[in-house]
Ligand binder design. Structure first.
Ligand SMILES: Cc1ncc(COP(=O)(O)O)c(C=O)c1O
Length: 292
């Protein structure tokens, strides 16, 4: 099999040769930003939305991406082409670059940019038909006053600790609460609940990433004549919900049928969740920026 071609600082290199310095602050300190993007059917899905968020994340951490948006978009599409892919996942990463051993970013003269386009191992189909078993975990979502969860930074230790805690219980995802006890989000997904035909989701200000799939849910809801309300959501609200699902670029729209040992609704995938899954899948096959 041919090695993947990776875009690294302006060049395409074979995956075994795609290396960054051990002095790169993305590695030493998690100092950088990234995006995970899907492409379906030869088209990159919601590419402009991902570029918006990448530049916003970079601005929030005072990192200047050393490429104009048009150039970065072109490099992203070219990375898919170089690998001859039509369906897969793109990881677009900008780090603070190589510095010294201190954390001062002023010592990093040039950000590192790399782009990986690869196939992705999806959740098995049975999760979409049977739903996930998830746990709420002790690790709280980091406070927006400490590090805004709206920044998609390379610093994922908060989420990783929550993931480990879920793994210890054999859960397939973990739900994180904020310091006030309100539900924030899953480790890499946003959360939605359905109660008496109303759809609710935690406020982003309760500690969630402003998910691009989350935003699409508002659009799909409008098209289906539904409304999604943002609310302060508690664990209790999850336990007594009729339906629950989570959303993310990698996971897409996945039902949750068990939270902390409580069956959600009837313990099967509910009709509103099924409607969102169907409409989401239709959308992925129609829109997007052409790769070829
Ligand atoms: C912490 C976190 N929340 C939510 C999401 C879902 O966001 P999106 O739909 O933009 O992939 C992600 C995935 O990127 C994430 O890492």
């Amino acid at each position: 099999m041919q090695p993947l071609k990776i875009y690294l600082d302006g060049q395409f290199v074979d995956e075994p040769d795609a290396k960054v310095s051990v002095f790169d602050h993305g590695l030493l300190y998690g100092d950088g930003v990234f995006e995970g993007i899907r492409f379906y059917n030869g088209r990159v899905f919601l590419l402009e939305e991902h570029l918006d968020r990448l530049y916003d994340s970079a601005k929030a951490i005072l990192l200047t991406i050393p490429m104009e948006r048009d150039e970065l978009r072109a490099a992203t599409l070219k990375t898919c082409r170089e690998n001859g892919l039509r369906d897969g996942y793109i990881r677009l990463v900008v780090t603070r670059g190589k510095g010294d051993l201190g954390l001062n970013p002023n010592k990093c003269s040039k950000p590192t940019v790399f782009i990986i386009a690869a196939t992705i191992e999806l959740y098995p189909e049975k999760y979409y038909t049977e739903g996930l078993r998830v746990n709420t975990v002790p690790t709280q979502r980091v406070s927006p006053a400490a590090l805004s969860p709206a920044i998609k930074s390379l610093n994922y230790l908060n989420n990783i600790l929550a993931k480990i805690e879920g793994n210890l219980y054999g859960a397939q995802e973990s739900i994180m609460l904020n310091a006030q006890g309100f539900v924030a989000e899953c480790t890499a997904d946003n959360l939605f609940l359905v109660k008496k035909n109303k759809v609710l989701t935690p406020h982003v200000s309760d500690g969630a990433l402003g998910g691009i799939t989350r935003r699409l849910m508002f659009e799909l809801a409008r098209e289906a004549g539904r409304e999604i309300l943002e609310a302060n959501v508690t664990r209790y609200d999850l336990f007594v919900a009729d339906e629950l699902f989570c959303t993310g670029t990698g996971a897409e729209v996945v039902p949750i049928t068990d939270v902390d040992g409580r069956k959600i609704g009837k313990g099967t995938v509910g009709p509103v969740t099924q409607e969102f899954i169907k409409n989401f899948r239709t959308r992925t096959q129609s829109g997007g920026t052409p790769i070829y």
